[in-house]
Design a protein around this ligand. Structure first.
Ligand code: OOG
Ligand code: NI
Length: 445
């Protein structure tokens, strides 16, 4: 029998290949990655507590390989085949994000590994958006966009064949996996030649820039890749020293002693030369680079508090002022691990200390007393998902500052799942399970 590669191994090969391709296509992304590596190295050198915490949580090894990407597709068939493609790499659809409220005519999920072990091997994730054509007001243009999308196939025949082979055999050997990675990559490659004439492109672009981006090309080009930084404020400040222009604001929560959720910033999308199929030259603006700093995953209670405070803080025009203001508003959000745990605001992973191993928990002993006796340790679980308000901010900063007409959409989770051909997993249930399993491993309860 063939020796199958693990889905973790295929995911790692793919994310490396994707990063190499994107560095070639968008050299600024390579520069940004280098800056992030430099800052991470320095941060870990200067902060031994952080280094130890990451090492203890088994997260040090994943830091260098960690990144997410984002893509946008136009039809349910495309979304479905992507689901099957990502399944080969152990990536499942987690969460539903409605971006129509922010004026972006898409809804989305994130394909990512879901178990502790797989996440630690390589947490590569892809934020995947489905265009909501029904939000195009002009009926004739909507039909035209549908027809253009129906005529394209964003997957190579060999890619489809290898997905099917994986489904039949339950795995791929090393040679097939390597071919699969090469073929899958083709779907995400940039094409400077559009599939439409300049008139169609401009009409779609006029409706919404995102619609032109999804409809007018042969594939669903990766639109950004995002390495994980340990100090996003430094990277934001240092970007201009490497010739990179950052977006105005860092999205998400303010800097804190115990980071929560996700902080993100990006550089502005590049204006790139394209050729329309009527021979006209033009430009298209879609691709950019982004960085993220990840913190603790919040429980529904913690998330509700985050959403309330974020809405209360509003938005600003100057990053320093905005972060300052956010910090003030977020004084109401406890900033030490003990309070986060005791108030049920964040998810935690538990481990026995040496003392706990020597003196294991007995039935009836509470988590609090085991922690107090130094037999048990609790560490925040890293947030592995995305934030719709931040995502909207990222989308918007790349759609030009003029702000386009708001689409009057609302959440259509059921439609999205029907298009996907599967339900999206509930991220809260996944975090709860990781917490619960860690307690079970410790022999608590
Ligand atoms: C996706 C934007 C969302 C994030 O990090 O929040 C995203 C897109 O622009 O297609 O990637
Ligand atoms: Ni992103």
């Amino acid at each position: 029998m063939d020796n199958f590669l693990t889905s973790d191994a295929i995911r790692t090969l793919f994310s490396q290949a994707m990063s190499a391709m994107y560095q070639q296509e968008v050299p600024q992304y390579g520069t940004l990655t280098q800056l992030v590596n430099d800052v991470n190295e320095r941060t870990l050198e200067n902060d031994s507590a952080l280094r130890e915490r990451l090492a203890a949580a088994d997260e040090l090894a994943r830091l260098d390989v960690e990144r997410h990407g984002a893509i946008r597709v136009g039809t349910q068939e495309e979304l479905r085949t992507l689901r099957e493609m990502f399944a080969v790499m152990g990536m499942m659809p987690v969460g539903y994000y409605d971006l129509s409220q922010a004026g972006v005519p898409v809804h989305s999920t994130a394909f990512r590994p879901i178990t502790d072990r797989d996440l630690n091997r390589n947490p590569f994730r892809v934020f995947t958006s489905l265009l909501r054509l029904e939000l195009i007001e002009d009926a004739a243009l909507r039909d035209k966009a549908r027809a253009i999308l129906a005529a394209r196939d964003i997957f190579t025949p060999a890619c489809r064949a290898l997905i099917a082979k994986h489904q039949q055999q339950g795995g791929l050997n090393a040679a097939d996996a390597a071919r699969f990675v090469d073929e899958a990559l083709e779907t995400f490659r940039w094409h400077a030649h559009t599939t439409v004439d300049s008139g169609t492109y401009h009409a779609l672009n006029q409706q919404h820039r995102l619609i032109a981006d999804v409809v007018c090309f042969r594939g669903c080009h990766i639109n950004h890749l995002t390495p994980r930084t340990m100090d996003i404020d430094s990277v934001q400040t240092l970007m201009p020293t490497r010739g990179i222009e950052p977006k105005m604001l860092i999205e998400g929560p303010p800097p804190r002693r115990v980071p929560i959720l996700l902080r993100q910033t990006s550089f502005k999308a590049l204006e790139e030369a394209v050729h329309f199929n009527d021979g006209q030259p033009g430009t298209h603006t879609a691709r950019f680079g982004e960085i993220e700093q990840r913190g603790a995953a919040l429980t529904p209670k913690g998330r509700a508090l985050y959403d309330r405070l974020l809405a209360e803080a509003g938005t600003g025009k100057d990053n320093q002022q905005h972060q300052q203001h956010l910090s003030e508003v977020f004084r109401d959000f406890p900033d030490d691990e003990q309070s986060l745990r005791e108030q049920g605001l964040a998810w935690f992973r538990y481990r026995l200390t040496d003392k706990g191993v020597a003196q294991p928990p007995r039935p009836g002993e509470s988590i609090d007393s085991l922690l107090a006796e130094g037999r048990l340790l609790a560490e925040p679980i890293t947030y592995e998902d995305f934030l719709p308000v931040s995502a909207a901010g990222i989308f918007q900063s790349n759609l030009g500052d003029t702000g386009q007409a708001r689409s009057a959409g609302n959440a259509r989770r059921a439609d999205f799942e029907a298009a996907l051909g599967a339900p999206v997993l509930d991220e809260m249930a996944l975090y709860a399970e990781i917490q619960q399993r860690s307690l079970a491993r410790c022999g608590v309860q």
